[in-house]
Design a protein around this ligand. Structure first.
Ligand code: KIV
Length: 283
């Protein structure tokens, strides 16, 4: 095995270190290769694929087959970070058997090292079943986008005392169920800090403040490639969206103005060969 490959135990050990876990999503080979050249800890093939790359308006439509294709592509470029695949909607809710068999596909067919499952106490039984099959599970609580129809919108969770207590309880139940880490999405920083203190596994925040053991973002949001409105918690580190449009507009102008392709970007015959071709034509 590659000595630099991050593993589940390596990520778990970070709980007791001061080095934060840094994670990003990826959905294809080219971005996976680029992320692999950095010191990133985890690549998640998120079900955000549904919105980011497939153009749906929620994470609900993406299928197991689509997730497998994209996880395979990411896996081909991901040699160093831990590779986690997101279990899509309806791939685990129905039964423990279905959850184990779909999680197993991500490991066996797609080369993932772990899966992520959304949901708190109501998913504990599934998570336990999958971890008992030797498949590491990353939990995900707080704002869980697959529950959008129940929660009614992408908004901060745990605003009321009772809901905040339930999210903390969920974290402890997931820990009991055997998760190796927990994504905390869309909750107040003080609640995330309290949960991070309370659990022995690392917490990875997205819109959950600075006191988690690590952070995750959707790659396209960070790069300014997001199509939808950017949530408050996203920091855009660059704007590849603008840069892409500028580059493409310049290309269009140059093709139409016959500026491109110029000599530097065209194949030239050397004159010797040209002569021999024209000689042979005359023959
Ligand atoms: O699907 C996703 O991208 C996610 C995170 C960003 C946590 O679940």
């Amino acid at each position: 095995m590659n000595q630099n490959k991050k593993t589940v135990p390596i990520i778990m050990e970070r709980k007791n270190s001061s080095k934060k876990i840094v994670a990003l999503t990826a959905y294809d080979y080219s971005f996976s290769r680029l992320l692999d050249l950095t010191d990133l800890d985890i690549i998640l093939v998120g079900d955000s694929l549904s919105m980011v790359s497939l153009g749906y308006n929620s994470t609900l439509p993406v299928t197991m087959e689509e997730m497998i294709i994209h996880t395979c592509a990411v896996s081909r470029g991901c040699h160093n970070p831990l590779l986690v695949a997101d279990m899509p909607f309806m791939s685990y809710q129905i039964s423990n058997e279905l959850a184990i068999s779909n999680a197993g596909r991500f490991i066996q067919e797609a080369g993932a090292q772990a899966v992520k499952i959304e949901g708190g106490s109501r998913m504990a039984e599934r998570i336990e079943a999958v971890t008992h099959a030797d498949i590491p599970v990353m939990g995900h609580i707080g704002l869980t986008p697959q529950s959008i129809n129940r929660i009614g919108g992408y908004r901060v969770q745990g605003k009321h005392y009772k809901d905040a207590r339930q999210i903390k309880k969920d974290a402890l139940i997931l820990q009991e169920a055997g998760v190796f880490s927990i994504v905390l999405e869309g909750i107040y920083g003080d609640l995330a800090a309290e949960i991070t203190q309370a659990v022995k596994v690392p917490t990875i925040g997205i819109g959950a403040g600075v006191q988690c053991d690590g952070q995750i973002l959707v790659l396209h949001d960070l790069l300014g490639l997001g199509m939808n409105s950017t949530p408050k918690f996203v920091k855009q580190y660059t704007n590849l969206g603008d840069q892409t449009q500028k580059a493409v507009n310049t290309y269009i102008e140059e093709v139409r103005g016959e500026v491109f392709p110029d000599e530097d970007h065209s194949y030239k015959r050397n004159s010797q060969k040209l002569r021999s071709v024209s000689d042979s034509h005359q023959e």
